[in-house]
Write a new protein. Structure first.
Length: 365
């Protein structure tokens, strides 16, 4: 709980979420940002076994549940570009076709240069497009969501490791990144002072440019998404969980991570919702972005096992009155954020493809 609390606890205590209008439904957009690493501490055979388990169990899970729009639970697989393997990616493509899930970009790197990062992103984007992944903007250019491996976006690790590029946000924007999904990282020291927010980070010459930014606002920030020096940051919920206490005294950290030892639950969902992450002046659209490392066997129960099954059953039967659930991908979440900025209200389902189109792999022939 206390690690990195010097960065986030006071901003969290000071923050006052907007209250939704009780006269209209509250739409909750639920996105699972999966730092999907099937090669983590295993060989290729082990990675393929993990893919087999996901293919079998996730398709079964998604066939049993639907949100208010008729969409099934879905993952956004942020796959590491430096771990490219054609067979693994083709298996992931099949999984996406069967479940409506999507693939975006993750990148682990250390002691790097802006030029090397740009080259790695260019190669990774081209490879992912060859599998039918990634979106395109109206002009046809490839666009992607991003997660920084080891949390060190924009050279933000105070130990000076796991990045090396101070102007990384600028590099990402130039490569086609439409939003970053790295935060929250607490209890890691890369955690930002900005919490529970959807905001535009302005690139600077200093590390950790995303420590602060301009909050997305209906009618107020839509122009920022086209400015090269700005990058949209989509944060997941971060809070002190007084419902779970260490030694029965200290509240535990709620950082939106799904794992085998901290699986999803309706109680956690209610805490996530209460953080009120929204586009300002649109509090009835609530954005809940979770993160996980779901390729690891120890975490699979939380995403494709009995723990996940109980969670989705609870969402189907125990959601608070006046709330509507929407399972969304990272791309769909950003489209809905931009739709709210553009003044749209009502049924979110109409805006899942507001700006960034479905990847080729999900398009109906």
């Amino acid at each position: 709980m206390m690690r990195a609390a010097d960065k986030w606890l006071l901003p969290w205590l000071r923050r006052r979420p907007e209250n939704p209008d009780p006269g209209i439904p509250t739409d909750i957009m639920l996105c699972v940002s999966d730092h999907f690493e099937p090669f983590h501490r295993t060989d290729r055979d082990g990675a393929l076994r993990r893919m087999d388990e996901w293919q079998d169990k996730f398709t079964q899970l998604t066939s049993q549940f639907r949100d208010v729009d008729g969409a099934p639970p879905k993952q956004t697989f942020f796959y590491p570009i430096e771990q490219y393997d054609p067979e693994i990616l083709e298996r992931l493509a099949t999984l996406c076709r069967e479940t409506g899930s999507e693939v975006e970009v993750q990148f682990h790197h250390d002691d790097d240069t802006a030029e090397d990062v740009a080259a790695a992103l260019k190669e990774g984007v081209e490879r992912y497009q060859s599998h039918g992944f990634l979106s395109r903007e109206p002009g046809g250019e490839a666009r992607f969501g991003f997660v920084h491996g080891n949390w060190a976006l924009d050279n933000s690790d105070p130990r000076g490791i796991n990045c090396g590029v101070d102007r990384e946000l600028e590099v990402l924007r130039a490569a086609g990144c439409y939003a970053d999904f790295t935060m929250p990282s607490a209890p890691h020291p890369t955690q930002t002072r900005t919490v529970n927010s959807l905001y535009y980070a302005q690139e600077t010459d200093e590390p950790k440019s995303h420590d602060t930014g301009i909050h997305a606002e209906a009618g107020g920030t839509s122009s920022l998404r086209d400015q090269p020096g700005q990058l949209l940051c989509v944060q997941g919920p971060l809070a002190a969980n007084f419902g779970q206490r260490k030694w029965g005294i200290l509240p535990r950290l709620e950082n939106a991570e799904l794992s085998g030892v901290n699986p999803p639950s309706i109680e956690r969902f209610d805490l996530w919702r209460r953080q009120g992450i929204c586009v300002r002046s649109r509090p009835n659209w609530v954005f809940v972005k979770l993160h996980t490392h779901a390729a690891l066997e120890r975490n699979m129960p939380a995403l494709i096992g009995d723990q996940a099954l109980r969670f989705h059953e609870a969402l189907a039967t125990e959601l608070s009155e006046g709330s509507r659930l929407h399972y969304v991908s990272a791309r769909e979440m950003v489209n809905l954020i931009h739709a709210a900025e553009d003044g749209h209200t009502g049924e979110p389902d109409s805006y899942r493809d507001h700006i960034y189109s479905k990847p080729e792999i999900l398009r109906v022939p």
